[in-house]
Design a protein around this ligand. Structure first.
Ligand SMILES: Nc1ncnc2c1ncn2[C@@H]1O[C@H](COP(=O)(O)OP(=O)(O)O)[C@@H](O)[C@H]1O
Ligand SMILES: [Mg+2]
Length: 263
């Protein structure tokens, strides 16, 4: 996987031609239900099916309570469905031992959260290098890859900074670098602009588009129809169901898509 190291303008969408053929989808969700055993039980997902292909940039969008966070946890293998199947890089996650599942998660999924979840006492570089902690990569190599990931998110000049010295947008860039550093099969971002002002949020969305252009597979969870509307694919949820799954060939002209736009 050289996706993240390819220079801008280099080979784009690696593996793109293969996604219809021999390469399995990065993630397959098949007839997934989730019932929380509360009193009364809550059926949060009621039969959800879709596949994420390599290179997708998709929004999962829906109002509060529609099941987005539940679905994110199941996609991220942080929780198992009540019924149905989840396949990550072709592997049925329910068939894996805990250890193997943890290893698969650590190497194949990058998480980005609304609250960033950075270690405040650590440098930016070490926060990013920590994205490789459970992958068996040695420290010197972890730091080298962390430098590369920081470069990708536009923070190559701040490796020694502490998160407390950074703006919200810069913190989210660090979190995105941490998610990317292990070159995962998929990045799952839960309301990544939810804690940012709209201008900063725009620059984070521009960065996600830029990463998509480099071939990174990204799912963004959002309650915001406006954000979802800018993504090439939109999966709409309501009451535990997918009510629409729409893909368009070309995004409409929008300032967020101007290369290098970074207010
Ligand atoms: N741990 C839980 N126990 C019981 N009900 C839950 C739990 N987590 C979520 N729910 C319920 O499941 C439904 C879907 O919630 P959630 O997945 O958080 O939706 P969203 O992220 O779209 O707001 C809601 O009705 C919510 O109250
Ligand atoms: Mg939620």
């Amino acid at each position: 996987m050289t996706t993240l190291r390819s220079a801008p303008g280099g080979s784009r969408h690696p593996g793109h031609d293969g996604t219809q053929g021999s390469t399995p989808p990065v993630l397959e969700i098949d007839a997934v239900t989730k019932t929380y055993p509360s009193q009364p039980p809550v059926q949060a997902l009621r039969g959800v099916s879709f596949a994420v292909n390599q290179g997708d940039l998709a929004a999962i969008v829906g109002p509060s309570g529609s099941g987005k966070t539940t679905l994110l946890h199941i996609m991220g293998t942080l929780d198992l469905p009540s019924t149905g199947t989840v396949r990550l890089t072709g592997l049925d996650v329910a068939a894996l031992a805990d250890r193997d599942l943890a290893a698969l998660r650590a190497t194949q999924i990058g998480f980005v959260f609304q609250q960033f979840f950075l270690a405040e006492h650590q440098t930016v570089l070490d926060n990013v290098a920590d994205g490789l902690l459970y992958t068996g990569v040695r420290q010197a190599q972890r730091r080298e890859q962390a430098h590369e990931a920081l470069h990708l998110v536009g923070l190559a000049d701040r490796p020694a900074a502490r998160p407390t010295q950074l703006s919200g947008g810069q913190r989210q860039r660090v979190a995105i670098a941490r998610a990317l550093v292990g070159q995962p099969a998929i990045v799952l971002a839960d309301e990544p602009t939810g804690n940012l002002d709209s201008t900063t949020g725009q620059s984070i969305l521009a960065l996600l588009h830029e990463l998509h252009e480099r071939g990174v597979t990204i799912i963004i969870i959002t309650h915001d129809q406006h954000i979802a509307g800018r993504m090439p694919r939109q999966i709409e949820m309501l009451d535990g169901h997918i009510v629409a799954d729409t893909t368009r060939d070309r995004p409409p002209g929008d300032p967020v898509l101007i290369p290098g736009a970074r207010p």
